[in-house]
Ligand binder design. Structure first.
Ligand code: S3P
Length: 182
């Protein structure tokens, strides 16, 4: 089983992943960090050299490999769900947790994060960050929804409470699953 975290930039995937992994005694991987390590280049440099298509190709190759594994907590990049094969493999691998936050909270969090400039090149030509987030999120929301088995609102809860909520949802889903096959 692989527990995957999906959601827009700044929704807390990288904060929650190590805590979930510690609970299960599994490793965790931040797909963006792993992609940069393998490529030997920052995400910004990959976008600058080959544009978003090259980044998506590298991201897809990495996720196909990781999702063929087991016993892992996987923090995906915000756009991972754009690929239909990735969406299918995420769902087949185990629980998929969608971390939600509103565009204004995302702007605030992304600007607080020191790695933003390297990790998060602009995705559109929108005039402001807020406009970019609103338009990208509107497009992606159905894809996050379609892929997720668990949906959590990250705005009101500190990360430890978020962890409890996600663990409860995973346990509940597992019990319901056993009930169905019994
Ligand atoms: C992206 C999100 C980033 C990273 C890349 C593209 C996106 O990941 O994969 O900059 O398309 O939303 P995080 O969600 O971890 O910031």
């Amino acid at each position: 089983m692989i527990i995957s975290l999906i959601g827009y930039r700044g929704t807390g995937k990288t904060s929650l992943a190590p805590r979930l992994a510690a609970h299960f005694g599994w490793p965790w991987i931040d797909a963006d960090v792993e992609l940069e390590r393998r490529a030997g280049r920052s995400i910004r440099a990959i976008f600058a050299d080959g544009g978003e298509p090259e980044f998506r190709r590298l991201e897809r190759t990495l996720l196909a490999e990781l999702l063929a594994g087991d016993r892992l907590v996987l923090a995906t990049g915000g756009g991972a769900i754009l690929n239909p094969d990735t969406r299918r493999e995420l769902k087949a691998a185990g629980p998929v947790v969608w971390l939600q936050a509103s565009p204004s909270v995302i702007v605030e969090r992304v600007n607080r994060d020191a790695t933003t400039a390297e990790r998060r090149p602009a995705l559109t030509n929108a005039a402001t960050q807020l406009q970019e987030i609103e338009s990208v999120l509107a497009f992606r929301e159905p894809l996050y929804r379609e892929t997720a088995s668990i949906v959590v609102d990250t705005e009101s809860l500190p990360v430890d409470e978020l962890l409890d909520e996600v663990l409860l949802a995973i346990r509940t889903a597992a019990t319901a699953g056993r009930g169905r096959t019994a």
